[in-house]
Design a protein around this ligand. Structure first.
Ligand code: ADP
Ligand code: ZN
Length: 606
């Protein structure tokens, strides 16, 4: 082992308390420590932070971390202080005096890491500061913010190429969890990282179980899911509109869960307070629009639920990725229905953007719909979207309960003919009435009971027709015309089906069933099950201890110790500081700070 590697490993063990590097971490650390540049793509929870924290400690000077996530900087700095790393941040939440003090520390070389928001970094004052200080490296976090096509675009990120121009000898590392090939190239180009090494990890998050269910009464289904699988866990529920966010949060509160709302329409103070509670307290459900969450660092989010369809697979992957950062089992659950397809298509049609943009958005939506309607493994689909091949995962709904597909050519032909026979002037409800032979007032008024298609689909129930219709719209055989009362219209793609030249396979409708809490519902490899009864008791005691300690230090609980570390402690039952030192996640500083308390607590229980 090279000398540098040895020192890196020593820091990993003594400061962070981890026995070994994971995946490509060691190589990335090497690259940076030796002065090279890197572009790192690693899924959430993969361990990106250590990739710049350790080289920053290995090199002379301060490591400057550029991050758009001002709200998280305090926690990040606190977490580093807990392990004995000298870190600080500069952002708009500080007054002049506070900022000046930190600037002085930077000049005096008293900091290992400095977190800065991009707009702050680009100010002349900050540039001068950095030019008069010793810089170990630049880390550009959430680097996909540089992409103009992405949904987190930040104009200031584009100007970050200045770092390369002004500090040609300082190594730079850009990190992101979301990037297809195109975004990756965009990051490299815009940040002038073409010369740097690229480290691309697998996108897979094996601990996340993906489930997409047919939407009936979405809120009720959500509640059933939470009650069955996550009665005490923290989670995030995503909704499209602010109004729905507030309604769902209230609904959950009425049903016995502590739920908070978060959306861009709330005042900043309430939003910040809600986020802080979510991070600090245990078992809170955050109901939010996508305004919530970029870089949510809470490692023990056990589920992410979607009550509305995300606009793209990138969005879905990023949002669901906030579950299970700690590597323990987590659920990504979504309820999806006809209305989602119609609504999302409408949003694209009605947007003011140019045609190219609309076309790209349309393609992204189609890919997302493909994921919802697939009869194959969800994970295979998801990973292949990011260009990665894999086999069936055994940890998604379609693997666990394979859906039935069937040749639906005849019912689809009936549906398309009905649309045609009513002159493409009526919406879904009316078309289904005609198919099912229901003589509503409207049917009678337009004499549609005299059409040849009237009642040809009476053997099929309404829910099933909706499922067919949804899939037919998702496949692009029908569109919904928002300019004329949501009338269904045939597309060019419908013709070969009507002529009998194209067969259509669909996913069989399944009645939503109430989820039951069962042993088999626990995701694979669930760690809690490894604990014996007495160990479980120790774990619970440790949790209490952690709640109190976190409160006393005014930091989130996971900053003290992660659940995984506490489970290991419960198993190892250390009776001396030396025993405790061997536990993953316990570094020297934490050993000093908490070691005695923990050993005493264990001694009392064993
Ligand atoms: P990311 O930023 O990629 O989402 P983090 O840097 O927050 O991920 O790391 C995710 C979790 O994994 C953290 O709790 C971190 O402490 C832990 N971790 C990272 N690297 C290692 C390692 N080599 N061994 C054990 N745990 C690790
Ligand atoms: Zn699968």
């Amino acid at each position: 082992m090279s000398d540098l590697r040895e020192r890196a490993l020593d820091l990993l063990q003594t400061i962070f308390g981890y026995p070994a590097f994971r995946g490509q971490q060691a190589e990335i650390v090497d690259t940076l420590a030796n002065g090279g540049d890197a572009l790192v793509l690693m899924p959430t929870g993969g361990g990106k932070s250590l990739c710049y924290q350790i080289p920053a400690l290995l090199r002379d000077g301060v490591g400057v971390v550029v991050s758009p996530l001002i709200a998280l900087m305090q926690d990040q700095v606190d977490a580093l202080a807990e392990v004995g790393v000298r870190a600080a941040f500069l952002n708009s939440t500080q007054n002049w005096q506070q900022a000046s003090r930190i600037e002085q520390q930077v000049r005096d070389g008293e900091l290992d890491l400095l977190y800065v928001a991009p707009e702050r970094l680009l100010t002349p004052r900050c540039m001068e500061l950095l030019e008069s200080s010793k810089i170990a490296l630049f880390a550009i976090d959430e680097a996909h913010c540089v992409s103009q096509w992405g949904h987190d675009f930040r104009p200031e990120y584009i100007r970050l190429s200045i770092l390369h121009e002004r500090f040609p000898n300082v190594p730079r590392i850009a990190l992101t969890a979301t990037a297809d090939q195109q975004t990756r190239e965009e990051i490299a180009r815009r940040l002038q990282l073409e010369e740097g090494r690229q480290f691309v990890s697998s996108f897979d998050r094996p601990n996340i179980r993906y489930q997409i269910v047919e939407k009936g009464n979405g809120r009720k289904q959500l509640l059933d899911f939470i009650e069955a699988e996550h009665p005490e866990d923290a989670g995030v529920v995503y909704c499209l509109s602010r109004k729905k966010v507030e309604e769902v949060a209230e609904f959950l509160n009425q049903n016995g869960r502590s739920a908070l709302a978060y959306h861009a329409g709330m005042d900043l103070e309430t939003r910040t307070a809600n986020q802080a509670r979510f991070l600090r307290e245990e078992g809170i459900v955050m109901v939010a629009t996508i305004a919530f969450g970029m870089g949510i660092d809470k490692p023990d989010v056990r589920f992410v639920a979607h009550l509305d369809l995300p606009k793209s697979i990138e969005g879905y992957y990023q949002e669901t990725g906030r579950a299970g950062r700690d590597g323990a089992p987590a659920n990504a659950w979504m309820a999806y229905g006809l209305q989602d397809v119609v609504q999302q298509r409408r949003m694209i049609d009605e947007s003011e953007a140019d045609e190219t943009y609309k076309r790209i958005q349309g393609q992204k939506l189609d890919a997302m719909l493909g994921l919802c309607e697939t009869i194959g493994c969800r994970r295979v689909r998801l990973l292949s979207y990011f260009g990665q091949e894999s086999g069936p995962c055994g940890n998604c709904d379609t693997c666990l309960h394979p859906p039935v597909s069937y040749d639906a050519t005849v019912p689809v032909q009936k549906l398309l003919s009905a649309v045609y026979r009513v002159d493409q002037r009526f919406g879904a409800g009316h078309v289904m009435d005609v198919l099912r032979g229901i003589d509503s007032d409207k049917v009678k008024q337009w004499k549609h009971d005299q059409l040849s298609v009237f009642g040809v689909g009476s053997e099929t129930g309404e829910a099933e027709w909706r499922a067919i219709l949804r899939q037919v719209i998702a496949l692009g055989l029908l569109t919904v015309d928002h300019d004329s009362y949501n009338a269904l219209k045939l597309t060019a793609e419908a013709k070969p089906v009507l002529r009998g030249e194209r067969q259509i396979q669909l996913r069989r409708y399944e009645k939503p069933v109430k989820q039951k809490r069962s042993a088999s519902a626990k995701p694979r490899g669930y760690v809690e099950a490894d604990l014996s009864r007495s160990e479980q008791e120790i774990f619970e005691k440790l949790r209490w201890w952690r709640v109190e300690t976190a409160r006393a230090h005014n930091v989130p609980a996971y900053v003290i110790f992660h659940d995984a570390t506490m489970r290991e402690i419960a198993k190892a039952k250390p009776l001396s500081l030396d025993d405790l030192r061997g536990v993953s996640g316990v570094g020297e500083k934490k050993l000093q700070t908490y070691g005695e308390e923990i050993v005493a607590l264990i001694a009392e229980l064993v």
